[in-house]
Structures are given as C-alpha cells and as structure tokens.
Design a protein around this ligand. Structure first.
Ligand SMILES: [Zn+2]
Length: 378
C-alpha cells in the first residue's frame, strides 16, 4: 500500500517521512486515530515506505521487489500482530494462524474495523485478543537478524487488545532489537498501559475530511454526488462508517430510528421491548451501524440547535427530524447524555454482549434520562 492510497492524514504522512529523512525515526511509534480514519492502512503504507529501495516524492515506489512483497503483506521482515482467536481451549491465540485471512481482509477492506475483522474470521461473535504467547513469539522473532539485511518492522494493530499482556510489549520497547521499528496502531489510549504509552512517540491521525470522503464514495463506490455528500457528512470522518451507511437502506434505518425514538419519548415499555427485539435481528454489525447512525443524528441535533442556519447535509427526512428535535424542550445536556449512552451500548455490542438485552436496557436508560430533565432547555 502506498501513502497515496490512504486518504487524508497528510500531516501524519509528512511527519513520518520527515522522521525517516532526518535519520531520527524513533524505534517505537503509536499511530493514534479514531476508528475508520485509516490507522491500519497508514501503518502498512509506512512499513512499505520503510522497506522501499526507490522512494520518490515522499512515498514508496510501488514497483521494487520490497514494495511488491510489502504490498502483498508477504515481506519476510514485515511482522504483523492483530487480535486473533484461540484455535482450541488450550491453544493460544496467534496472529500467524490467521495470516492468509488477514491478507485477504486488508486487500478487500483496508479500512475495515476490528469488529469487521472479527466478523471476517468468525461467525460466532467472539472477541479476539493479542496473547502473551504471541508477544513472546514476536520478541523472539525480532531478536533474530532480518531476512533481507535491512530493517524489521512490526505493525501491531490495536494494542488495546493486549490488556495486561502489555507488560511483555514493554520489554520489547525498552530493549529494542537493532534495526527494528515498532508501529502500534491504536484508536484510544485508555486500553494501553501508561508505562507503554510514555515510551511511545505518538503520531495523531485525524478524521478524514468530508470533501475527501465524498469524493471516495463517488469514485470508488459509485455513489450519486448528493448521496455521497450526505453520507460523508454523517460519517464523521470514518471511511468504514461511510461505506456501512452507504450500503444500508437509509429509509428503513430512519423509520426504525423514528419508531424507537417515539417509544423513548413517550416511555412506552412494550414498544421499547418490541423495537429492541426487531433491532436485535440485525445482528452485531447491523446493530452497531444503527447505533452509530443514531449517535450521529443526535450529534447533528445538538449542532443544529447551536447553529440553526447551517445546512445539515442530511437527507430530507433526517433534516426534518433533526430540526424538530432541536426545537423540542429536551436539554442539550440530555441529548448529549443520550448519545453517550448509545455509544456505550455500541461499545458493549461490539464486545460480545447480548444484543437484545443491551438494546432494551438502553431504551430504558434513555427514557430515564428524558424523564429526569425534559423541562429545561439549556
Ligand atoms: Zn519501492
């Protein structure tokens, strides 16, 4: 993958290239950015840049043997680590067991989320992890000489999945083998041990600008310009969210959302249970996409209330809903808390919680939030 294949992230790309050019590349970097903004592709493009023997114009050449091998994720000095599944009750989760699937996943959906990756390798809604055995293997492998005589690069996708095993990584960062670059690609710092964080040089990745996302949806996914713009505005800089929004029939999603909100605003328990039941049928990925969509609409409402004159770039039905809700007496703080509760549920749904129970509990929580503060209009 070239840097040119990764939309947005120009400041990050420039910083990475400058670090290499100046000969002051830190041996351990944290690429930190929100889901769907392209952390993994940026890390892989940078790895290819490091291997390339004919770099040009701040990017890899894409033609030299090192580029070809890196692009196929088959370079012998490119080491990959990512959430994996235990092949059996007594066997450790190891990335290398999933390498062919991972290559296919990156080839087909380079902007895929970790949840997409899990769906790619299992239909059972399991959550992967990065095991201590994996860390031991990596430390051993990286302590050996490189195959091709140059650098060794480790791209570790989602160090948040290491948990307490992060201590093993600490050893690697503190005593780096020679000519080794560690690239950790994370979405949040919360799940990473502070001792590790303090030893990493952080490169921040930004949400993809709306204009760039609009262009991608039109050019690579054949979306009509108006629809591409509307979806890009909804996706908050996430390529994966944009594609998921594009692939789902908005009319259905909006109708479900409106019915659900009606049940929440009127506090109808039976209706809440029915909607949770209906939504639950969408499965983990569908529910996650629905909750992301609901959070976006509430965020648009808060923004619309602050600046009603600004166009929302949403489809007509959603625009009407957002401006009606913005005029409602529910406080901005309550709307923000509702969005936060939905985001929390999306997180739990991602992590293997029972979908229907979570959705029902969320509905009840939203009703309580509303009943607590429906009178003030902050
Ligand atoms: Zn090259």
């Amino acid at each position: 993958m070239h840097f040119a294949d990764v939309p947005g992230q120009n400041p990050a790309k420039a910083a990475l290239v400058a670090a290499v050019e100046s000969g002051r590349l830190p041996h351990a970097l944290l690429l930190l950015g929100p889901e769907g903004c392209g952390g993994l592709p940026t890390g892989l493009a940078f790895a290819q840049y490091l291997f390339c023997t004919a770099r040009t114009g701040g990017d890899s050449c894409g033609r030299c043997p090192d580029c070809t091998k890196a692009a196929a994720l088959e370079h012998p000095d490119l080491h990959l680590s990512f959430p994996a599944l235990k092949p059996g009750p007594t066997k450790a989760a190891l990335s290398r067991n999933h390498l062919p699937e991972f290559r296919q996943f990156v080839r087909e959906t380079p902007f895929g989320t970790t949840s997409d990756w899990m769906t790619h390798i299992t239909s059972e809604g399991k959550r992967g992890n990065i095991s201590v055995d994996e860390m031991r293997e990596i430390i051993e492998t990286l302590s050996l000489k490189s195959y091709e005589g140059g650098r060794k690069v480790l791209v570790l996708w989602r160090p948040e999945y290491l948990g307490k095993e992060g201590n093993a990584l600490l050893k690697l960062i503190e005593e780096p083998p020679p000519d080794t670059v560690l690239l950790l690609v994370a979405e949040a710092t919360e799940g990473i041990l502070p001792t590790i964080l303090s030893r990493l040089q952080t490169v921040r990745l930004a949400p993809i600008p709306v204009e760039e996302l609009t262009q991608l949806l039109a050019e690579k996914h054949g979306a009509e310009p108006a629809r591409a713009a509307a979806v890009a505005a909804m996706a908050e800089g996430s390529y994966s969210a944009a594609v998921s929004l594009l692939n789902h029939h908005d009319a259905d999603r909006f109708a479900t959302f409106r019915a659900w909100m009606l049940a929440v605003f009127t506090g109808r328990g039976v209706q809440l249970a029915t909607t949770a039941e209906e939504l639950g049928k969408e499965g983990r990925e569908g529910t996650r996409a629905f909750l992301d969509y609901a959070v976006h609409l509430l965020e648009h409402t808060v923004r619309h209330r602050a600046a009603p004159a600004l166009p929302t770039a949403l489809p007509a039905d959603e625009t009407r809903f957002v401006s009606d809700l913005a005029r409602n007496t529910v406080s901005t703080q309550t709307l923000a808390r509702m969005a936060e509760a939905m985001g929390k549920t999306a997180y739990l749904v991602d992590r293997n919680a029972n979908i229907k129970i979570q959705l029902h509990a969320l509905g009840i929580r939203l009703v309580r939030l509303l009943q607590g503060r429906t009178t003030s209009n902050a």
